[in-house]
Design a protein around this ligand. Structure first.
Ligand code: ZN
Length: 263
């Protein structure tokens, strides 16, 4: 049987090329200012955005794709602490005046971002009260997500957690098919690879996903949502409350010229 074609999906709040939830929550004047400071960049799989204990030079507003925040242990093993997609920025520490990262941040799923120099963003946050409020809400959301992630790891079944991660990946890939390996998923979930393979097999047998050659295709999205733990829905509800899209953002267009330099 042939793989079904990969179908592009539209994020619920997309406006003319801007998918990032934080940017879409800004009124046009604030958004225009931010876009003037921003530089569109590609995110390639495995690319390091920030390295632990190093200065954070840029803040990336993710526009497509997924980045992973990971803790590297003494023996070299890595565990995901959180994933950031179009709902946020990597890294949030400069938003609270911290300019050295404490964790590794790398690209898990390729995509694009708008990056802004950390010092320029901080100056803009001090100048613009609306932007400041959105960023403060994001810090709150980030802490809430971290707590949810820890609770999810402690309390929820591996199959439910796989479903949650696949839903997040689906939301940020903006395609029904995206790259993921059992090994990568095991790292991201902090679980043994054999257990992850078993869980993925169960989801495939239930007709929720297809998985081959290092890629997953979402076959039954409602089924996947029903099989996921409550953490995914909780996260979505919190995003809707904290970052309602400003419909006026529709009048602002992203400049995708890769050669444009930030001011
Ligand atoms: Zn959970």
């Amino acid at each position: 049987m042939q793989n079904p074609p990969s179908v592009p999906i539209r994020p619920r709040h997309e406006h003319r090329g801007i998918n990032n939830r934080l940017l879409l929550a800004l009124p046009p004047a604030s958004l225009e200012h931010i876009l003037r400071l921003a530089e569109p960049v590609s995110l390639t799989r495995g690319q390091r955005i920030d390295c632990a204990d190093q200065p954070i030079r840029h803040v990336h507003f993710i526009n497509r794709g997924l980045v992973c925040i990971a803790k590297t242990m003494e023996d070299g093993r890595m565990v995901e602490i959180g994933a950031i997609g179009i709902e946020g920025v990597a890294n949030l520490l400069p938003l609270i005046g911290i300019h050295t990262t404490i964790l590794d941040v790398f690209v898990q799923m390729p995509g694009t971002a708008l990056r802004i120099r950390s010092d320029a963003l901080q100056a803009e946050i001090e100048r613009d009260g609306v932007l400041r409020q959105v960023m403060q809400n994001y810090v709150r959301f980030g802490l809430s997500e971290l707590a949810r992630h820890i609770a999810c790891c402690r309390l929820h079944h591996i199959e439910q957690r796989c479903c949650r991660w696949l839903l997040i990946a689906h939301d940020n890939a903006l395609m029904d098919e995206f790259p993921v390996t059992h090994e990568g998923l095991a790292m991201m979930l902090g679980y043994q690879r054999a257990g992850v393979s078993l869980a993925m097999g169960t989801l495939a047998e239930a007709g929720l996903i297809e998985h081959r050659r290092g890629a997953v295709t979402i076959v039954n999205r409602p089924g996947l949502e029903a099989a996921a733990c409550d953490c995914y829905r909780e996260m979505q509800d919190e995003l809707e409350t904290l970052f309602p899209p400003d419909e006026r953002a529709a009048s602002v267009r992203i400049q995708t010229d890769q050669s444009r330099k930030p001011r």
